[in-house]
Design a protein around this ligand. Sequence first.
Ligand code: ADP
Length: 247
Amino acid sequence: LGNQLIRAVQLAEIGEMAAGFAHEINNPLQIIKGEHLLVETLMKEIAALLPPTSGEDLDEIQDSMDQIKLQVNRCSEITHAILKFGRKNDSKPEVLNPCDIIPEIIHMVEKKAHVEGIDMRMDIAHDTPRFQGDASQFQQVILNLVNNAMDAIAQAHGTSGGLLSVTSEKTDQGDAQINISDNGVGIGSDNIGKIFSPFFTTKPVGKGTGLGLSVCYGIIKNLGGTMTVKSEQGKGTTFVITLPAMV
Ligand code: ADP
């Protein structure tokens, strides 16, 4: 369907709002789930109340309780994902040197890439400018993009023939630019406008929350940067991040 260059819009703000909700929802969830695990207690209480002959009834109740636990866990998985990324108060901005931080991050995923038969390449131009950011948030952004790339590669190639490259350079305007490219499944034109939306995912339940990209976008935007995507279905995807240079 040809190349597309899509600029993400203010959807990250929805992500921020989601983080606020997540925080509020997490508290009651913790009580249901928490140390005292209300469903477990309830189950014991019911078992104690029923006559010893009510085995089948108990099984049915147990099934319902298991469902409650499963669904509560799912909710809590989502709220944790939002909170983990959304915590802006923890951010400690510092000047980051791409020549140091990008290789450090890539080192963390080299083993996984190797196991998945992915040829991982890195090319950090020495004149890539330093930029401002919180090191652990920046790490989250890159890891999220690399992990998505690996998923897309696995879908297209299984465990051989994958190519993933992380490069950086100085833009004509003097900013830092980081490119993350894969030869994975790519993104169709029907989906490409949605990928930065919170909760948009094409991954099966339990594998994706759909929050990664919206939060990454929010982090980059907060630093005064941009994040764009270019993709061709069946060929691959490139995410481009730019960040203002720190001089
Ligand atoms: P999640 O990974 O939990 O689904 P994200 O917000 O990180 O959430 O990604 C949203 C969706 O964008 C993914 O489900 C996938 O469909 C698409 N996507 C993201 N990165 C890539 C990529 N490199 N190649 C193909 N599709 C991608």
